[in-house]
Structures are given as structure tokens and as C-alpha cells.
Unconditional design. Sequence first.
Lengths: 251, 251
Amino acid sequence: MAIDSQVIDIHELRNSCATCALNESCLPSAIGSRDLALLDDMAKRRRPVERGGFLFREGDRHNALFVVRSGAIKVSTTLSEGDAQVLGFHLPGEILGLDGVAEERHQATAEALEDSTVCEVPFARLSQIAAQIPALQREIYRIVSREYVREQRHPVMMGRKHALTRLALFLHSVSERRRAQELDPQRFHLSMSRQDLANYLGLVIETVSRAFSRLQTLGIIDVDRRRVCILDADALDQLANSEGADLRAIA
Amino acid sequence: MAIDSQVIDIHELRNSCATCALNESCLPSAIGSRDLALLDDMAKRRRPVERGGFLFREGDRHNALFVVRSGAIKVSTTLSEGDAQVLGFHLPGEILGLDGVAEERHQATAEALEDSTVCEVPFARLSQIAAQIPALQREIYRIVSREYVREQRHPVMMGRKHALTRLALFLHSVSERRRAQELDPQRFHLSMSRQDLANYLGLVIETVSRAFSRLQTLGIIDVDRRRVCILDADALDQLANSEGADLRAIA
DNA sequence: GGCGCAAGTTGACTTTGATCAACTGGATGC
DNA sequence: GCATCCAGTTGATCAAAGTCAACTTGCGCC
């Protein structure tokens, strides 16, 4: 616990958390080096998850929050009938695991759609430390609120009357989220199957497929299997924001 | 600050928070009478809101969380096109205002659908007090998580392929939420317009109207304008949980 | 009372997406 | 190399929801 080692901790943390959603204010500002030592072993707990692997499953005991560092995680829940509802896709920089705090058991299942790495943050330890660092506590509130608001975008997307606008909104969202992480917002690989995407959007797989084709025909995107390239971002935005409206105009 | 007055505070709080979502563990357990005095002036801030009145609007500075004590509050957000998306209806015992924490400004608008009373909890003060009372802090995490999970039910409902199952799921949800507050789960008044409900469910008003009529024809509910009586709760549940399936069977 | 308005219902028709089915094109394995 | 398999695409048909329009009902107001 010498002062020197704490200085090293700071640098190490700043590096390791460069793309971390917790980063924004919990590290750069407000936290003294004495406190950083406390956060140290949490931030270090990086963990690889291979494609198809689970971060947690419905009913699992809740221990930790996860931050996606690379890859993509699908979150879904089982409906009473037995089939699944996809609740979201978490990309780098995004958090998951908030669903388990209330009941101390996860209400959803988190599966890696591709080989990914996540940062596991033991929840008990986090709240313990946060209790001693007001700035960190505030940041936790902010992060949770952000995730809460993010959840609300899902129904906004599903509320769209047309399959084309739902898909446009989804692609727009992925693009923006990538931009926020300084990844290429124009060209990217969709790691989810058409089936998962259809489920997420409240459509069937064939409709999603047709919507992709249509966007391509319109010259708005270029798509090859899961590889997507946004050719006309303006048109995509316009389409995403054209609630209902007359699609025949752009047919 | 005599000890007697604090004892009075306890009784008063227990009464005033009888239907409060914060109630469950923040008051009955874990909190000593010394701490109760701190919570006192927050819990007391009850406030009437008349029908059509706003708790907050999109863009408003975020100061407080609200707990509905009576009435009903509609939460909606403005889409880029200008029209609104209804994100939810908050009934007694439910919380709103979490959307404003992240950006310190509300991301949605909260409007009373009928004359209501809410308990306003200044957020800064709450977190201040929570920092001193670990049990309260834990409870806040739980409440937030619960609200997060609640948000996820909206897309689950909208993911249903048929209007009838969406409405059934909604009515089921209202019924259960009323039951949780020890209100009549069979008979109730829907305070939202068909327009708001349609928007919430991702349908148009005519489709909602027809779905109501159909549920009545099927003998599952009795409906007169906004007055609803659930006649066959089992059938309603069954319908609500029959993902897609063949509706012709029950036509 | 009756006029006018807003909310909701019902009907006729159109459009969209779901369904069913055939097909394509990579990737894997023998 | 070829067979197989799976994900995804495309086409034809059908049913459900959207659209447009007329109509009813309840309610406030003059």
C-alpha cells in the first residue's frame, strides 16, 4: 500500500478502463489515488467469454454487473410459453446485469454472440466502495439511469408500424453506439442471427430479410449476410424517423 | 428533536408510507428511529396533481423521484417527428423519475391521467441520506432494478403478434399491479384514453377498440367505455400467454 | 332541451406482414 | 470433390392490422 504502487494503479486503471462505461467520471475525476486502490481489483477482473457462452442465465444468483469490452452479448428472457424474447444486444462499453439486483437472481439470460471480453464488477464490493466515495455513488446512479433510459428505446422501436422503419432505427442505433465507442459507424458486422434480430424487432425472420433487401435496393445500405455498410446515413435517419408515413413514396 | 417526537415520526411515516413503494424494507426493517427523522421531511412531501397536470416534462431539470399514491400517471417521450410514444402508465405504489438522473434532465414527460397524489422525494437529499444508511442504499438499488425490469415488460408485450394478446397482457398486468396494492384486481377504471393505450401497445385506436369488443364477445371481460371487469381471469391469462398461436380457435 | 364536440365503436376496403414453401449459397465433413 | 446442413433469401398466398369513413354515445354548455 505504498504511495508509489498507487500511482501505478492509477495508470493501469486508466488504461484498462479506457473503453469502460464506468470510465467517464469515476476514474478521471473526483476519485483520489487512495480510493483508486479500492477499485483496483474490481476493474482488473477481465474475463473472456467464447461465442455461445453465458454470462449468466435466468434464475442464476446475481453477483456482479458486467461491462462489455469487446464482442456482443444478447440478453433474452423466457416467456411463459417457453419461447424467448430478445430484450437487447449489448455492445462494447455497455452494461448488463442490472436485472438481477432486485430479486438477487437474474431475470434474463446473457449469451455471447461472438467471442467477447467483459469486465466483471462484483456488485457487493462495488456498492461497498461506492458508499465511501460519493462521486462514485453518483456515477453509479447516472449509469443505472442511462441504462433505464436505454431500455425505453426498445419499445420506441417496436412501436413503429413498419418493418422497414424498425430495421432502419435498429441500424441507426448500432451505428450511433459504435460511433460513441469510436468504432466505424458506417461498416460493421452484425453478430446476431436474423432470427434473434427478428425476435428483438417483433417481426418474423422473412420480414427482416425482406427489409434488408429493400434497404439495399433503395441504395441506403449495402448488406452481405451479416456484413452491413451504411451508404446513405441521411436517408437511413430520415427513414428511421418517418413514423408510419407513406412508405410507398420510397418504394 | 426530542426522543418523543421521533417516536411520533415513526408512526406517522409508517402510516403515510403504507402504500409507498419505498415502504417494503426501508421503513419496517433496518432503519433506526434516529434515521427516521432524516427521512421524515421527504416522505411528508405529498402533493396533489390534478388531471392533465404535469409532474415533469421532457427537458425539465431533474430534482426528484415520485411515488404514485393514488391516481395514474402517463409517461411519454417525444419522437423526432414530433409525435409521442407512450412509455408507460404508473399506478399507485409505482415510481417515476429515474429517467432524469443520468442527464440531470428528464427524458420523458409525466402527466396525470386523473386527479392523483404523489410523494415527491428530492433526489439529492435521498442519496445524501442513503449514503449514511446502508439498508436504505440497498433498498434503492433494489427499487431501481425492479423498475428496470419493469421497463422490459413493455417490449415483451409489444412483441406479441396479435392485438388481442397484447391487450390481454396489458389488462393482466393492470390487474396484477392492482392486486399488489390490495386494490380490486377484477374491476377497475382505465384512466388512459384508447389513443394512449393504442400508442402504448403499438396499435391504432380502432384495433384496440375491436380487441376490447372481441374480449367482451368472448365473455372474458365486461367493458363499458373505460370501466373494465374481468370475468374470466383464467381465460385472460391463457390468452395473454398464448404467443402467436392460432387465434381462430378462440374466434 | 338540444347543440356541438370529443371519444369510442363499427364497417368496408387496402396494405402490410405472417405463413408456407421452394430455393440459394456458404461452410463443414467425409 | 461432393453431399449435407444451416442461415438466409425470395416468391405466392392469406390473415391481421391499418386506413378511411360513417356513425353512436356521452358530456358540457348555451
